[in-house]
Design a protein around this ligand. Structure first.
Ligand code: ADE
Ligand code: ZN
Length: 338
């Protein structure tokens, strides 16, 4: 067995894509304090910021996520957190990121136009590509339990901005599946697909396999979490046959309580069954993790070997929405990584 230091070094050298990452979930309490100093007469103390990140269960986590997002106010805030996120990813050997941004929260709770905030994100994305060589693109995420009218604002904004900003590649739905399934979004998903956007959905995170069937039925190309597929052999068969990518987020599932323990997590059973799985960090600042931790966890707790980790890195590239030429190039680099 190699020493842990060289294990981490290997993980870092592997070119990887991060496919399930929320921009707002990368904001650490320390960063929130910095932002508060810019805006607030009485800025947040670190302990106050840390208190925002405390939650006991999945519903509490969604409220914490909303509380952080509400504190992001200006284009400069979005520029700052985007640059910092991409800098951190590049240090972990992430070469490409497809990042969810919670446009739904901005529209529903703040009732302001998203476009100026998006301009800040785009400035940082371009700068980070120049500075670190990392590429990124955006997935506009709606909140399920705000309903289809709100989601329509999010998806139509993505379609409207896409021609000027090709870095917008898709749409998705997050939030609370226990309150709203996928069916109400069927027509909006079809409309987004016709507009040339890729379709993703958080599904089977906090509900059973019916949540994943629902997401597949409205055309989701990738499934976020997909935890409960393990309980439905027929669904497992379909996911294997169609090689639908599952964006696995182990630390997230444990910390939100959606998965009771490491021993219960299906990641290894999915891999052994031939599902197309990728490792991801979801909201790293809220789950005290990052992508290299997730690879390390897979190795330490689920006995994924180096060759398995290489395969997971390759899956992340194959499951991405990158053009074929870039995929081929990155897959060659992964093969050659020693
Ligand atoms: N928004 C941010 N992270 C999320 C998650 N893990 N599930 C649902 N909505 C989210
Ligand atoms: Zn998520």
């Amino acid at each position: 067995m190699r020493d842990p230091e060289s294990q981490l070094a290997f993980i870092r050298r592997l070119p990887k894509a991060e496919l399930h990452l929320h921009l707002e979930g990368t904001v650490a309490p320390e960063t929130l304090v910095e932002l508060s100093r810019r805006h607030d007469g009485t800025p947040l103390e670190l302990e106050q910021a840390q208190a925002i990140y405390q939650y006991a269960d999945f519903s509490g986590f969604l409220l914490a996520f909303k509380a952080v997002t509400e504190r992001l106010r200006t284009p400069e805030d979005y520029e700052f957190i985007t640059y910092r996120m991409l800098q951190r990813l590049a240090r972990q050997g992430v070469v490409h990121a497809e990042v969810y941004v919670s446009v739904g929260v901005v529209y529903y709770w703040r009732r302001i136009d998203f476009e100026p905030l998006f301009a800040g994100m785009e400035r940082a994305r371009k700068q980070a590509e120049q500075d670190f060589g990392i590429t990124a693109c955006w997935i506009f995420d709606a909140v399920r339990h705000f309903g289809p009218e709100e989601a329509a604002l999010v998806f139509r904004k993505a379609a409207e901005l896409q021609s000027e900003h090709p870095a917008i590649i898709g749409i998705g739905i997050g939030g609370d599946e226990r309150r709203t399934g996928s069916e109400p979004f069927r027509e909006l998903y079809a409309e987004a697909r016709d507009a040339g956007l890729h379709l993703t959905a958080h599904a089977g995170e906090s509900v059973g396999p019916e949540g994943i069937w629902g997401a597949l039925n409205i055309g989701a190309e990738r499934i976020g979490h997909g935890l409960s597929a393990i309980h439905d052999p027929e669904l497992m068969g379909v996911l294997v046959e169609r090689q639908i990518p599952i964006e696995i987020c182990i630390s997230s599932n444990l910390r939100t309580g959606c998965c009771a323990s490491l021993a219960d997590h299906p990641v290894r059973r999915y891999f052994d069954a031939g599902l197309m799985i990728t490792l991801n960090s979801d909201d790293p600042a809220m789950f005290l993790s990052d992508l290299e931790c997730e690879y390390q966890l897979a190795h330490d707790e689920f006995s994924f070997t180096r060759e398995h980790l290489r395969e997971l890195a390759a899956n992340s590239i194959e499951a991405s929405f990158l053009p074929p030429e870039r995929k081929v190039d990155l897959l060659r680099r992964i093969e050659k990584t020693a």
